[in-house]
Design a protein around this ligand. Structure first.
Ligand SMILES: Cc1ncc(COP(=O)(O)O)c(C=O)c1O
Length: 395
């Protein structure tokens, strides 16, 4: 009998993509929509990166290439990680992948057996539980609660560790809360991982998008080198979402497994994009710091504006580019708030439950949009919140 594999029924999509599809439909019908649903910088890579991609193509760098990535890029990445994160990484420990999601997927596939338990932050990136389930493993959420300033609660994590726990996923700065884990929390997480002999998957995709806090890579803590895989890439820090460029930094014994998965799936990452990525990392034009400074300005403005909306409460995020808004004060559900925002105000945002059940009283807005768009969005939200009909408050 022909059927779809059962693992597909346990995986899930992404709320952001579903809201985006609906908002695009409305646009086709002539509605004006401000898109604050997707986690995509509204910047593009600098001219030197684009020129470098064009040059690589005209130089014939459009062939199959090394499975783990071109050596020049992996060397540049090792230097970049040393410069920006103060970690010592050998180019031999870096494996390129077509995006961070693919890097995440293959890292988890390489390390998890069916029935293994995976601790992951919740609310968090929806891929963590979905991929876990798809691999026949068991997702075990640890909550990032507003009462604990969205920091992982060490006691809860320790309580949830069992004989079957194989992996701890960390994500700092985090999506959707913007939390940068404190040094003390990370130190304690590292100690737990050592004590229980866990793999640590440290999703550091927002490492560069940090508003002044002290970001420390998980790799810096004692005992982490042999058990930590860093997942990172070019989508957020270099505004290269559509280039599909990510990478894993892995302990030496994991590298052949990642290479084996690459051979059996994507073969290699597009060669010319990897040469352009070298220029992105060197960042001679200072694009990343300029983009982050702009995000910092928008964060200030947008979070202030959101806090003026009756019933909204938003702590300024320490990193990433999301406003994670507690909407309990409106008396409405997050779904209803998002429906009113989209239908009446033309502002697309995501109900927090898309990031896990504990996000049910929250709405996520991306502020990777122009200052003018954000101002207009805030005005529209305020108007919708005070209008009698379609008000954000429960009727
Ligand atoms: C925490 C986190 N990890 C991974 C990804 C996936 O990144 P990429 O677009 O490079 O696949 C995202 C994208 O939103 C993310 O927020």
């Amino acid at each position: 009998m022909r059927s779809i594999a059962s693992r597909m029924s346990v995986m899930s999509g992404e709320g952001a993509l579903a809201v985006f599809a609906r908002a695009r439909e409305m646009e086709k019908e002539g509605r004006s929509i401000i898109h604050l649903e997707l986690g995509e910088p509204d910047f593009h890579p600098g001219a030197s990166v684009v020129e470098s991609a064009a040059r690589a193509l005209s130089d014939g760098k459009d062939r199959y290439c090394g499975v783990a990535g071109v050596p020049a890029l992996r060397e540049e990445l090792a230097a970049y990680l040393h410069r920006t994160r103060n970690i010592e990484v050998s180019p031999a420990n870096i494996v390129m992948a077509p995006g961070c999601k693919a890097a995440l997927f293959f890292a988890m596939m390489a390390l998890l057996e069916p029935g293994d338990e995976v601790l992951f932050p919740e609310p968090g990136f929806p891929g963590y539980p979905s991929i876990t389930l798809g691999l026949g493993a068991v997702p075990v959420p640890f909550e990032l609660s507003p009462e604990n300033h969205f920091q992982p609660d060490l006691r809860e994590i320790e309580r949830k560790i069992t004989r079957r726990t194989r992996m701890l996923i960390t994500n700092s700065p985090g999506n959707p809360t913007g939390t940068v884990y404190t040094d003390a929390v990370q130190k304690a997480l590292a100690e737990l991982a050592v004590r229980h002999d866990l793999w640590v998957l440290s999703d550091e995709i927002y490492a560069r998008i940090n508003y002044g806090g002290d970001f420390i890579s998980m790799l810096r803590y004692p005992g982490m080198k042999e058990r930590t895989l860093i997942i990172d890439g070019f989508s957020k820090s270099f505004a290269m979402t559509g280039w599909r460029l990510g990478y894993t930094v892995a302990p030496p014994e994991v590298v052949p497994a990642l290479a084996m998965l690459a051979i059996n799936s994507y073969t290699c990452v597009a060669e010319f994009t990897q040469y352009a990525a070298i220029d992105a990392l060197r960042d001679k034009e200072g694009n990343t710091p300029r983009m982050v400074a702009e995000f910092a300005r928008r964060r200030e403005q947008f979070v202030n504006d959101l806090n003026r909306v009756p019933g909204f409460h938003c702590e300024p995020p320490q990193g990433a580019f999301y406003a994670w808004v507690d909407i309990r004060g409106t008396g409405s559900s997050a779904e209803e708030v998002c429906r009113v925002l989209l239908d009446d105000a033309g502002v697309a945002a995501i109900p927090g439950v898309a990031f896990g059940p504990s996000g049910k009283h929250f709405v996520r807005f991306s502020f990777a949009s122009s200052v003018a768009n954000l101002r207009e969005a805030a005005n529209r939200i305020l108007k919708a919140s005070t209008a009698g009909q379609g008000s954000l408050a429960e009727k």
